[in-house]
Design a protein around this ligand. Structure first.
Ligand SMILES: [Zn+2]
Ligand SMILES: [Zn+2]
Length: 131
């Protein structure tokens, strides 16, 4: 699963605005290193050294999308002309099925929730202040 550039950038911006930008891996290599360190960690729990809020938030959103859309979602996302981005796809499905006139529902809210969860998590690890 992957996000479109727009949703990826939005998530990144959100993470930065919460002051967690410093923990985002600077390169794919670093991200890979963090992920494998996280997998090797006792209990699979991330620590200060493996914490990557961007990756974590992304995975939280894709997991949630799978919970909502079921395993069939994976197939839908790989079927052109459907968007590959789960947020874009679910938005499209919503708009097609929605009967509410002038509906402003958006899955983009998930980006904010996922980013906020990472902030709470970082606080619980004591790697960012309460401010
Ligand atoms: Zn998208
Ligand atoms: Zn709606």
């Amino acid at each position: 699963m992957q996000f479109c550039q727009g949703h990826w950038d939005k998530l990144k911006t959100e993470i930065h605005s919460l002051g967690l930008g410093q923990f985002i891996a600077g390169s794919e290599e670093e991200m890979g290193r963090k992920l494998s360190a996280q997998a090797d960690a006792p209990g699979g729990a991330p620590s200060k050294n493996t914490f990557d809020p961007l990756m974590n938030a992304f995975m939280a959103i894709t997991q949630r999308a799978l919970e909502v859309g079921g395993i069939g979602l994976m197939i839908e996302l790989q079927t052109p002309p459907n968007p590959e981005c789960p947020l874009c796809f679910m938005q499209q499905v919503h708009e097609q099925g929605c009967k509410i006139e002038g509906c402003t529902f958006t899955y983009e809210a998930w980006i904010g929730y996922a980013a906020k969860d990472q902030l709470d998590y970082a606080k619980s690890m004591g790697i960012v202040g309460e401010a």
